[in-house]
Design a protein around this ligand. Structure first.
Ligand SMILES: Cc1ncc(COP(=O)(O)O)c(C=O)c1O
Length: 389
């Protein structure tokens, strides 16, 4: 049993999340709830596997062995009810990097690529930087709940969009897409013959509902790439690794050759040990991490309900990232972000970064010890008292 309540000091550990205090001109004391890594200690067996690897004194260029792929396969079959063929897998560096190169390879330059906003902002960068046009498809938002507007999506496809990037579960709005909803997306992608890039790195944080992988929709396999990773699930973003699942053998070959032609060798050797151990031994840890996160979500919901009543909490189904509507402050998100950090000592994610429809919202990473979360909320409440109450 892992002690998720334990506060682990991360200052001074090269953590981007915790070093943010310096960019706000604060020396110490700022509590960070922004970038998406958690403050949870990794599953000990993963760390042990990495330490064992270091018993050998040479870390050369590495490549995964069969059991690494089998571990990924076993995890998805056991936990998510889908058996991906190990031949479909490519273990490489980060998801964002892979998305960039995959878009560049598969989608002709200048074509439109759809995302459902508000959404994880590096998607905007990968679309633009790979020479494509960003097609923002704002989601519907009613009663603090987001849904994809299928008509709007189809309009984008009708005017020629060539690909869509799905985020499932969805960062930042916390939706865990239902099978029926995914089915509608798949049907439309099929109808217009577009690529479906499915970022499923938050898969293991389906908190109120089990997540459904798009891999189960065989009818789209020839156009589908699934991006998975231990980064979010096991709090291992620093390993800079991911596993792409590409069911179409022709597409997989092109992608692998593309990476090879760029001399991209994938993650560091230690990542392979981490992936194998995580997906082999990580079930209990993952269950506990998800349960702890779910209780943190409930804690935020009741704190806000009692003490920051005008803040709207988006209904939360998955991920460790919550989405708060702070429109009641009457301030732009950028200003709220700055004031929260500089005057109240908490760093949240500026909602406007996730698309124009994110203005007035803040993203709140609740993957931390309860004590840290409570302290952060109390500091946020002080600003609420001044500007809203
Ligand atoms: C949806 C999503 N995709 C990808 C990433 C980052 O992936 P990587 O670090 O492997 O590029 C994140 C990190 O927050 C994320 O939330």
């Amino acid at each position: 049993m892992c002690d998720f309540d334990k506060v682990i000091e991360r200052r001074g550990t090269s953590s981007i999340k915790w070093n943010v205090q310096y960019s706000f001109g604060q020396k110490d004391g700022l509590l960070p709830f922004w970038i998406a890594d958690t403050d949870f200690a990794s599953e000990p067996k993963i760390l042990e596997a990495m330490k064992n690897r270091l018993e050998h004194p040479i870390i050369g260029y590495g490549e995964p062995w069969d059991n690494v792929y089998k571990a990924v396969q076993g995890w998805w079959e056991r936990r998510h009810g889908w058996k991906a063929d190990t031949d479909w897998m490519y273990i490489g560096s980060g998801v964002v990097t892979a998305l960039y190169f995959n878009l560049k390879l598969l989608v002709p330059e200048g074509e439109r690529v759809v995302v459902f906003t508000p959404v994880y902002d590096p998607f905007f960068a990968v679309i633009k930087n790979s020479g494509h046009e960003l097609a923002e498809c704002p989601m519907d938002h009613e009663d603090n709940y987001y849904t994809i507007n299928l008509e709007r999506f189809e309009d984008e496809l009708k005017v020629g969009a060539k690909a869509v990037i799905m985020c499932n579960p969805h960062n930042p709005v916390g939706r865990v897409w239902m099978e029926e909803e995914l089915g509608e997306i798949v049907n439309l992608c099929r109808k217009y013959d577009v690529y479906l890039f499915s970022d499923e790195v938050h898969a293991d944080y389906g908190l109120t509902r089990k997540y459904t992988t798009l891999g189960r929709f065989t009818e789209i396999h020839d156009k589908l790439i699934i991006y998975t990773a231990i980064s979010k699930s096991f709090n291992m973003a620093g390993m800079v690794s991911s596993c792409l699942i590409i069911p179409d053998s022709g597409m997989k070959k092109r992608i692998v050759e593309d990476f090879a032609s760029r001399w991209m060798f994938g993650p560091c050797d230690l990542a392979f040990n981490a992936i194998e151990a995580a997906y082999t031994y990580g079930d209990t840890w993952m269950d506990e991490a998800a349960a702890y996160t779910a209780s943190n979500v409930e804690f935020v919901q009741s704190f806000v309900k009692e003490r920051m009543q005008k803040v709207q909490v988006t209904k939360h189904e998955g991920t460790f990232l919550m989405w708060l509507d702070m429109g009641c402050y009457g301030l732009p998100s950028s200003k709220i972000t700055e004031m929260l950090a500089k005057e109240y000592g908490v760093a949240l994610g500026d909602g406007s970064h996730y698309g124009a429809c994110g203005e007035g919202f803040m993203r709140f990473n609740v993957g931390c010890a309860r004590q840290t979360l409570e302290q952060g909320l109390k500091q946020m409440e002080k600003m609420y008292e001044k500007y809203v109450r």
